[in-house]
Design a protein around this ligand. Structure first.
Ligand SMILES: Cc1ncc(COP(=O)(O)O)c(C=O)c1O
Length: 391
């Protein structure tokens, strides 16, 4: 489905950038609306207004927990995926201060993970092992084992990569961490809602969720914390969120995240990701048939069903998209777009600058139609042949 691109342009563009953000689902907006209007109470208040807001927060907590297969009290609401990543990483480092000084992570993590780790390195002298990935963007669990040291306090490897969609072997990685009794965090910002995510199947202690990748608003997230995980709060105050994140709860957005998780659970049960996968593969087939030499970036099977990252031969992805305004897509992570260097994820996967600069990430959503992918393929192929034809 195309969306009106906003007041600055009347043109509708086919939106294939759902890994950057999703629209808010109508049912999510409807669930939120009363909490932006008359149900405005503070969940900590003892009167009826407070009780209504408190109930809404706890119902949302139950909805998030149900999607992740955990107990309600394992969910801590935060303001973003970035905050959840920071709480997991700095929270464990501070919780275990003096008991270790080494963190294992990977080279393809989101800047929220790498930035938190680098901060600990710079300010508190933590040592980092940043694991490489193979040509599919996959971390080897045996590398995690080899990196273990007596001072290791945390392993943090993402569940699915935002740029290429590769799904990491988290259960195996967490299994290694468990053998060594080390906490394991996974950033599941991209996978929650797109594939089943169960904290016990993944065997992780900490898991990051963000609302705006699963049809809730921007500015709301959650962190799953397994009971017994030693974690310090980063924001101190009146003891909200089991003492792990002070601040009066953002009730409407929490309700939105809960509703989005309930919707995601329904979509997963109904097999909606399979339909998205079929459309994604149809788009890939259409591009490949007319652009020989088109290269797939990411794992051919172990990949998010909505994500297609391809390098167009002899093309620059940024200029290709600039010449194709009818398609809204990205060349790398939207969180660090605007940069002209090749994507660090594609570089870490071993691709040369030409292949990395030729990459385009097309990420579908639950409202993407067959007509959308067909039109997008036609538009992209027309732009790519124009560039090749011009001197
Ligand atoms: C893998 C991953 N982690 C974390 C984030 C950050 O989430 P937020 O934008 O809610 O801070 C993103 C968003 O792009 C992401 O893709």
């Amino acid at each position: 489905m195309s969306h009106d691109a906003g007041p600055s342009t009347a043109d509708a563009a086919i939106y294939l950038d759902h890994n950057a953000t999703t629209p808010i689902a109508p049912e999510v907006l409807e669930a939120m609306r009363p909490y932006l209007q008359d149900r405005f109470g503070n969940p900590s208040s003892a009167h009826r207004y407070g009780a209504v807001a408190h109930r809404a927060v706890e119902d949302a907590r139950a909805q998030v927990a149900a999607l992740l297969g955990c107990e309600h009290d394992g969910i801590v609401f935060t303001a973003s995926g970035s905050e959840s990543d920071n709480l997991a990483i700095k929270g464990v480092a501070l919780g275990l201060l003096g008991e270790g000084d080494h963190i294992i992570t990977s080279t393809i993590e989101h800047p929220a993970v790498l930035g938190a780790c680098r901060y600990l390195e710079r300010r508190l002298g933590y040592r980092l092992t940043i694991l490489p990935v193979d040509g599919f963007g996959m971390v080897d669990p045996e590398d995690v084992r080899r990196a273990m040291e007596p001072g290791t306090v945390l392993v943090s490897v993402m569940h699915a990569n935002n740029e290429v969609g590769t799904i990491e072997p988290i259960a195996d990685i967490a299994g290694v961490a468990r053998e060594y009794r080390i906490a394991c965090h996974t950033d599941a910002a991209q996978s929650v809602g797109k594939v089943p995510v169960d904290v016990d199947e993944l065997d992780v202690d900490l898991l990051t969720v963000t609302g705006h990748k699963l049809y809730a608003p921007k500015g709301i997230g959650a962190l799953y914390v397994r009971p017994g995980t030693r974690l310090d709060s980063l924001i101190h105050g009146a003891g909200h969120e089991h003492g792990l994140r002070a601040g009066t709860e953002n009730v409407p957005y929490i309700v939105g995240l809960g509703a989005a998780c309930a919707l995601a659970a329904e979509r997963l049960r109904a097999g909606a990701p399979e339909q998205v996968r079929r459309l994604r593969d149809r788009l890939h087939a259409a591009l490949r048939s007319t652009a020989p030499g088109l290269a797939l970036n990411g794992h051919p099977q172990k990949r998010l069903p909505n994500t297609l990252n391809v390098s167009f031969p002899d093309q620059d992805g940024e200029s290709l998209l600039a010449r194709t305004p009818s398609v809204a897509a990205a060349t790398g992570s939207a969180c660090h777009s605007g940069r002209t260097e090749p994507s660090s994820v594609l570089t870490a996967m071993g691709f040369d600058a030409q292949r990395a600069l030729g990459a385009v990430r097309l990420s579908l959503g639950y409202d993407t139609t067959a007509a959308d992918v067909d039109m997008a393929a036609t538009a992209l192929l027309a732009s790519s042949s124009t560039a090749l034809a011009s001197p």
